[in-house]
Every structure is written in structure tokens, then in C-alpha cells.
Ligand binder design. Sequence first.
Ligand SMILES: *[C@@H]1O[C@H](CO)[C@@H](O)[C@H](O)[C@H]1NC(C)=O
Ligand SMILES: *[C@@H]1O[C@H](CO)[C@@H](O)[C@H](O)[C@H]1NC(C)=O
Ligand SMILES: *[C@@H]1O[C@H](CO)[C@@H](O)[C@H](O)[C@H]1NC(C)=O
Ligand SMILES: *[C@@H]1O[C@H](CO)[C@@H](O)[C@H](O)[C@H]1NC(C)=O
Ligand SMILES: *[C@@H]1O[C@H](CO)[C@@H](O)[C@H](O)[C@H]1NC(C)=O
Length: 370
Amino acid sequence: MKSILATAASLLPLFYSSTYARPQTTTASTACNNSPSLCSRPYFNVTYLGAHDSPFVSNSSNSYDISGNQYFNTTMQLNAGVRLLQAQIQRLNSSDSSSALHLCHSSCQLYDAGTITNWLSEVNTWMGNNPNEVVTILLVNGPGATASELGPLFTNSSITQYSYTPTSATPSTWPTLQEMITANTRLVTFIASLDSNTGAEFLLNEWNYIWENNYDVSAASNFTCTPSRPSSVAGSFSTAQSSGRMFLMNHFLYQNQLFGIQSPDVENAGSTNSPDTTTVGALGYSANQCQSQYGAAPNFVLVDWFNVGPTIETVDSLNQISDATGRTSVTTANLKIESDGSSQSGAYRIERSGVVLMMGAAVAFFMLCM
Ligand SMILES: *[C@@H]1O[C@H](CO)[C@@H](O)[C@H](O)[C@H]1NC(C)=O
Ligand SMILES: *[C@@H]1O[C@H](CO)[C@@H](O)[C@H](O)[C@H]1NC(C)=O
Ligand SMILES: *[C@@H]1O[C@H](CO)[C@@H](O)[C@H](O)[C@H]1NC(C)=O
Ligand SMILES: *[C@@H]1O[C@H](CO)[C@@H](O)[C@H](O)[C@H]1NC(C)=O
Ligand SMILES: *[C@@H]1O[C@H](CO)[C@@H](O)[C@H](O)[C@H]1NC(C)=O
């Protein structure tokens, strides 16, 4: 049992983090990214479901680590339809600029998901087994690693065999998913940020290609679609639109703890990730709002606990597809909350008992009707 202080200390870096996440079947030859309707769409005209902090998995094997943002590992995410994998790079020893780069949540003392090459190898294996899928990776470059340091970590995993390199920093056209699949250049890799990609041209500086809304939100009523980064498009949908960048919509909540500390808000994941289009704070509501304010659907929808909602429902709706195929279904349960009654707040327990009461009432009503 950790002391309150130790818990507070382990949470502290989460606050800084926010400154900143199947075998081939016969249908695989006709569907692109799980739908035949998406094959003819250019890469920039598709909405991709993104797993925020993809490798930072919180499940029963690590007692639902408080620094985790997803319940399922990267392979399971991909199997279930996630097509943007977001993560953070940190140095094992943050005060030593020659120390190895790992995938860590804020700090490698807090959550170390291992080497970049190892994780990329996992994605490489999946891409080999799923030749009709286009995948995007977005790595937050905490320590400001250079392309010459990052490039070999990618090459060593062999994943660069799939890398796509656009012909210009703000391409006016992108290939269709089918064209990327046919050419087998079906991995797009963004780094936030990268001053120069000389020597590793497949590493793309995120801010040349993508704009984002605010990500640091801790109240359901505070989600906004307004461009926030990069600064050149901040505040203006029309500037963002005419810049040719794609739209990454952040939609996850932080929870404010004592002492200004923030952690992912797991208790509200059900409402945050809901496809409901009528409730403020729900993914479905925000997605509709963003599409109408921007004039196009977001290209990437980045969420915590992607299985809850389920968030893929909102993404299918933005893509206007109803023919999705080849996905592995995963539980939509908010696993930590359902498994760990002791971590629930009083308010949550009241809410739960409210649900139980309502269910009891529904059963009673049902029995009355019989
Ligand atoms: C559970 O989390 C661990 C990391 O702690 C990961 O290795 C494992 O694959 C996860 N299980 C699932 C089903 O995602
Ligand atoms: C991911 O989780 C699945 C399901 O538990 C498991 O079969 C697989 O080995 C895991 N993969 C990795 C790389 O941990
Ligand atoms: C890449 O792999 C080679 C051969 O296994 C190894 O010598 C080299 O150190 C690796 N480079 C990096 C950057 O991991
Ligand atoms: C919501 O946003 C307003 C305006 O930026 C801010 O004053 C308020 O503190 C935010 N609420 C929370 C809970 O973060
Ligand atoms: C794709 O194009 C359609 C038709 O113009 C548009 O409604 C939709 O918002 C676009 N989606 C994206 C992600 O650009």
C-alpha cells in the first residue's frame, strides 16, 4: 500500500505530461481499414480512431496502473479497429541526454513500456498479418531526439518497409487508402516535434501536417474544437482549413487531484467516450460539433480507454460507414471501475447504486407488464 505522499509524488509527472494516445481473411482483399467503402478515399479524407498513450496499458496484470490510458495492448487495439497509435518518448534517465529512449509515460520511473524498437516490432508484425490496413503512428518527442537517433530505432524494427513519405510538407493531395495498400506504403509516422528529418525522411514533423484542438481538459463542459496548435493556426478554423493540415481531435478528460496534480479521468470514461450526440461532453456530441464548426470531420479522434463507448461507433459514423468488417470485438466495459470498488469515490458509488435502483425499477416495471 503506497502512502498518500508516494501516490501524490507518482502522480506529479502526469501533470507535466499534459504539457506536453488477425489473421488475413477473405474479406481483407476487398476492405481497406475494415471497410470496402474506404478504399477509394484519400488518406486525408478518412477519420481514424486513435489510442492516446497506446502502449501505456492499465489492466489486472499491473493492478490497473494509474499511469495507464488503455485497457488493451497495441495489438488488441489494432485488432479492434484503432488505426492511430499515439505514444510518448522519454529517456530512461531524464537528466542524461545519452540515456536510451523508451516509451514512457512522463517519466520512465512512472511507467516504462519498453524500447521503441520492441513496440514498433509488434506493430510491424501486425501490419504484416494485415496487408489491407493503413496505420498512423504519432510519437511525442519529450526529450527532443533527432532524426538520426530515432531513424535507426525504426529501421531496426523493420517497420520502415511500410513507411509512406509524402512529397511535400503540406501535400495538396494524398493517395487513396487503396493506393497506399497496393504500393505497400501504408504506415504514416508523425513526430511531435522534429526540427529536421534529414536521413529519416519517413519521420514527419507533426505540426507541418496536423492541427489539434486543446488537449488539457478536465471538465466535460470544457471540450472545444477550436484550433489550439500549432500557433500559426490557433484560434481560426479557416486558417487551419486553408493550411492544408489534417485535424486531430483530442477527446479525453483529466481528473484534478490534490495539489494541482492531474491523472486520466477513468471514472467518467463512459460518458466521455459515449457516441451520444445530444449530451455535452460525449464523444458523439463533440465530434458532431467539431465537424460542423470546421466544415469537415476530424481526421483523427484521440481517446483514452478506446473500448469504452465504444468509441469506434463515433468514428464509423463520421466515416459514414455501416459495413465494417474484420474487427475483433472487445468488451466495452470500463474495466478498472468495474473491478476495483475500493478506488471508487463516494459520488461514484451513489451513481452506481442509482443505476442499480433504476435497473431494479425497470425489472419491476417489466414484471408488472407481464
Ligand atoms: C495487460 O497489460 C500488460 C502491460 O502491463 C500487457 O503486457 C498485456 O498485453 C495487457 N493485456 C492485454 C489483454 O492487453
Ligand atoms: C496482447 O494481448 C493479447 C490478448 O491477451 C495477447 O494474446 C498478446 O500476446 C498481447 N500482445 C503483447 C505484445 O503483449
Ligand atoms: C540495430 O540493430 C543492430 C543489429 O542487431 C544493432 O547492432 C544496433 O545497435 C541496433 N541499433 C539501434 C539504434 O538499436
Ligand atoms: C473550464 O474552463 C474555464 C474557462 O477556461 C475555466 O475557468 C475552468 O476552470 C474550467 N473548468 C475546469 C473544471 O477545468
Ligand atoms: C471526407 O469527405 C466528405 C465529403 O466531402 C466529408 O463529408 C467528410 O467530412 C470528409 N472527412 C474527412 C475526415 O475529411
